[in-house]
Design a protein around this ligand. Structure first.
Ligand code: 8YV
Length: 338
């Protein structure tokens, strides 16, 4: 009897969804969140045919070289800067993400962050909880309205577009910058106008970052970019730590070079630049923009579907739905494991 293929799931997720693998695979699912060292990670994946991993698992040439049976890395996230896609492709290993499963949840959360930062909700809540509310002046706690203001979006993929669509209800103008322009149909659906990056920085009252982290987008917002923003502007990073130079942002916020920031992601997270923790004009959350049951269950379903499909099972048998390197599939001969 041939051994069943083996799947490793690196972090605890929804057991009822992961159980869909059981009829076809031997599944090892981690019961706890663990930060694996590179050596531990290599040992975990060494005898696996498939792995479902989170963003803290960095998989590149060294790891795949030690996992000769590995055929797919299914990422539990839309961003995949934790994977060296070129190395996986060169080794013939498929990679998938969770594109489409979290757009609406992340867009909702982005608006929570934008409005929260504009209306100083974190600061106000800290003040109330500290028992400071002995009366407020009529002119205290003024925040910024969004109506009539300009929303700028850097990175206009699915999430950027979902954020833009919501801006209509808030009566805002939307401008965006992206490497490639949207089709006219999408631009009019999102009521968004393409501008160059300089104009985006100078004209946005609210600037949302919704682009992937790549070597090119690292520190896309640094001291020089922050200096171009309006002193009344609010910056939201719901994309990836490292797109913003957090030290430069802390400087700019301390000097009131911009009014406020809302950050769900950080350079070097879970460690947060201590200067950001001390500032009142920044609203902070621990990388939870996709943390709704719909999104997180949808992401798990998508990762499981990709693994099932690559081995010829499930609703997408033979056609993993969100594959990042389809050339690997074209090169491989179709296989169906028992
Ligand atoms: C994380 C994300 O996957 O999808 C992404 O790229 O950053 C998030 O949805 C999630 O926080 C789990 O770590």
């Amino acid at each position: 009897m041939t051994a069943r293929p083996r799947v490793w799931v690196s972090r605890p997720t929804f057991p009822d969804i992961v159980a869909r693998l059981d009829p076809h695979f031997d599944v090892v699912a981690e019961p706890r969140e663990v930060m694996f060292s590179p050596a531990e990670l290599a040992a975990k994946i060494a005898d696996c045919d498939a792995v479902i991993v989170g963003l803290k698992e960095r998989i590149g040439a060294a790891e795949v070289a030690k996992a000769p049976r590995l055929r797919i890395v299914a990422n539990l996230g839309v961003g995949y800067d934790n994977l060296d896609l070129a190395a996986l492709t060169a080794a013939g290993v498929a990679a998938s993400n969770t594109a489409g499963a979290l757009d609406e949840s992340v867009a909702d959360f982005t608006w929570a962050m934008l409005l929260g930062a504009a209306r100083r909700m974190g600061e106000a809540e800290r003040w109330l909880r500290a028992g400071e509310w002995h009366g407020t002046r009529f002119t205290d706690w003024l925040g910024m309205d969004v109506r009539g203001r300009t929303l700028g979006i850097l990175g206009m993929g699915r999430i950027g577009q979902a954020v833009a669509r919501r801006a209509v209800g808030f009566g805002m103008q939307v401008i965006y910058h992206n490497r490639s322009r949207l089709s006219q149909a999408l631009e009019s659906e999102c009521r968004a106008r393409w501008v160059d990056k300089g104009e985006l920085l100078r004209s946005s009252d609210f600037l949302v970052l919704a682009l992937p982290l790549t070597p090119e987008s690292r520190h896309a917002i640094g001291a020089a970019e922050l200096a171009q923003m309006k002193p009344t502007a609010v910056l939201a990073n719901i994309a990836r730590g490292g797109i913003v130079d957090d030290a430069a942002l802390a400087d700019a916020l301390a000097k009131h070079q911009l009014a406020a920031a809302a950050l769900d992601v950080f350079e070097g997270e879970p460690v947060v630049n201590p200067r950001l923790l001390e500032l009142d004009n920044v609203l902070l959350s621990p990388h939870i923009a996709s943390a709704s049951p719909d999104a997180r269950r949808g992401m798990t379903t998508m990762a499981v579907d990709n693994v099932l499909a690559l081995f010829g099972h499930g609703p997408h048998a033979g056609h993993p739905p969100t594959i990042l390197n389809p050339e690997v599939l074209a090169a491989a001969s179709p296989t169906t494991h028992p």
